[in-house]
Write a protein of this length. Structure first.
Length: 261
């Protein structure tokens, strides 16, 4: 397996992101954990061919065998800065745009952080706020994108299947994909709050995989609620029409009832 070429990635990122440090590793515990340990004197992007402890949302593991795409971008923020709830969704919007520009058809977003194609998960997005005693606070955005369809996919429930780029069409060069993922994170992270709201209002509906679908939302404490998804607010919360009326949900796991048909 060839390690990605940092010069090629930097070229693909283009002049707007010339100040971003680009690191390419063979193997690492987690690209996001690597950034959490880094000084981040300047915004930094890291990719690895393989992760030994890839992390997903809610403390889950992210299976990261050699040959997948693992990218994280980190930068310092002022102490006390909070992650805007819509940030993962905006990363998703830019990632969909970037993938479509590369000829990958049909990417859609499944609130709160999945990129799906025909309902099957192609990529996951993890946004973390990291506090480091010496370096202060930083934001780290991690993107994992399946190149091959994970074999466990066959055993997942119908709304949780996974898919790899290889099963969708021609796979662009590794550096091209890494740069597209990194640029999505950088563009999203550079937006002012007002621009985030405007982008959500204008763009989310076009990428929304859940609108009009009956979904079950599971909260972190195990409680669930059901309803028809009616998009998201400009701030990134899910709008769910339930039998008791509209609910606005800021977090949770979403399952599509009865699959994606
Ligand atoms: C999810 O749970 O869907 C989010 C998965 C995010 C995985 C990526 S892979 C690159 C970065 N490094 C990690 O350890 N996790 C993120």
């Amino acid at each position: 397996m060839m390690t990605s070429n940092p010069r090629t990635i930097a070229e693909r990122l283009g002049p707007k992101w010339a100040h971003v440090a680009v690191e390419c590793l063979d193997r690492v515990d987690s690209t996001s954990a690597w950034l959490a340990r880094a000084e981040l004197k300047r915004p930094t992007m890291v990719t690895a061919e393989e992760q030994t402890r890839g992390r997903g949302r809610r403390g889950r593991r992210w299976a990261s065998p050699p040959g997948g795409l693992y990218v994280s971008v980190g930068w310092k923020v002022l102490p006390g800065t909070l992650i805007p709830p819509a940030l993962p969704l905006v990363v998703g919007i830019y990632l969909c745009e970037g993938l479509e520009a590369l000829g990958i058809t049909g990417p859609r977003l499944k609130w709160p952080n999945d990129l799906v194609v025909n309902g099957a998960k192609l990529a996951g997005i993890l946004v973390e706020s990291i506090d480091n005693a010496t370096e202060g606070r930083s934001f780290v955005i991690g993107i994992g994108l399946n190149l091959q369809t994970p074999s466990e996919g066959a055993h997942l429930p119908p709304d949780r299947e996974a898919i790899g780029l290889e099963d969708i069409g021609a796979v662009p060069a590794r550096e091209v994909l890494v740069a597209a993922a990194a640029r999505a994170a950088l563009e999203a992270g550079s937006l002012e709050p007002a621009a985030v709201s405007a982008l959500m209002a204008e763009q989310w509906p076009a990428w929304d995989a859940l609108a009009g679908r009956v979904c079950t939302i599971e909260h972190a404490n195990g409680e669930t609620c059901q309803g028809v998804v009616q998009g998201v607010t400009d701030e990134g919360a899910l709008r769910l029409e339930t039998e008791e009326g509209f609910r606005i949900l800021w977090s949770g796991e979403c399952r599509v009832r009865g699959g994606w048909e």
